[in-house]
Design a protein. Structure first.
Length: 254
């Protein structure tokens, strides 16, 4: 099963006229089934997805038009996708989005610091970790990161990429378990280093739009107005619940 990379028919950003030949918005298509999602497909497809993102990111960052590359998958009617078939997207941006990089003091890395927190760790593999970050905005938000400080997918060794893909695949399956067997709407955000930023630590955010049945809380004024999220579920509790759900999930042992 192959992951295909094709130009977007509805680009959110276009090159200026003098460089109109450059395509800045791409679509990643995977799976022959209209209903299957990335977590339903073999783990090898998740690996191919990340490899395609890696190669195209390297290509795009050569361009003087591109300062950062954002790859993502959005699943669910909540996001209003124009095509229901499983797919991801990749966009070359002429600026560095504020949320792309994390700061945690001049001489430390927020992702490296998180790696030693066992209470927030859901599961690990040889070269990667699946965790609930202390800054989780929504219940069961997770991040996947390489154990070593790597800025982007292209800097991963083959074994590291397999480990990162395996943790992402496990996280996707956990989304379904925590949502009662159905796949909730979710986002995958591949947060790679902007051009020339070796201090960045690669992370993949997995954000299920999971609303606890006991609360009416949804993202509202605080979240959309200030970017301040009120999460009704403590990250430590969420990580524990995800660990409890692991026995019911087929994991990639890498």
């Amino acid at each position: 099963m192959q992951v295909r990379l094709v130009p977007s028919k509805h680009p959110v950003i276009a090159a200026p006229q003098e460089r109109a030949h450059e395509q800045l918005h791409w679509v990643l298509v995977y799976g022959s089934s209209h209903s299957q999602r990335l977590g339903d497909l073999p783990a090898e497809v998740t690996q191919q997805f990340l490899k395609k993102v890696s190669h195209k990111t390297t290509d795009l960052l050569v361009s003087p038009l591109v300062e950062a590359v954002y790859a993502f998958e959005s699943v669910g009617d909540h996001f209003g996708p124009t095509v229901a078939h499983p797919h991801g997207q990749l966009v070359g941006l002429p600026f560095v989005p504020r949320r792309l990089t994390l700061t945690h003091g001049a001489d430390s890395c927020a992702v490296c610091d998180l790696a030693v927190d066992r209470e927030l760790t859901v599961t690990t593999s040889d070269h990667a970790l699946l965790q609930v970050p202390p800054w989780a905005r929504l219940p069961f938000e997770m991040i996947i990161a390489p154990r070593a400080h790597r800025p982007d997918l292209a800097s991963l060794s083959p074994d590291e990429l397999v480990s990162v893909a395996g943790c992402l695949h496990t996280g996707l399956r956990l989304c379904r378990v925590t949502y009662g067997g159905a796949m909730p709407p979710y986002l995958i955000n591949v947060m790679q280093a902007p051009k020339g930023d070796a201090s960045h630590h690669l992370r993949i955010e997995l954000v299920p739009l999971h609303k606890d049945v006991q609360t009416l809380k949804r993202p509202g004024a605080m979240e959309l107005g200030l970017g301040v999220y009120v999460n009704p579920l403590l990250p430590e509790i969420a990580a524990g619940m995800l660990r409890d759900a692991l026995p019911g999930v087929r994991r990639c042992r890498t």
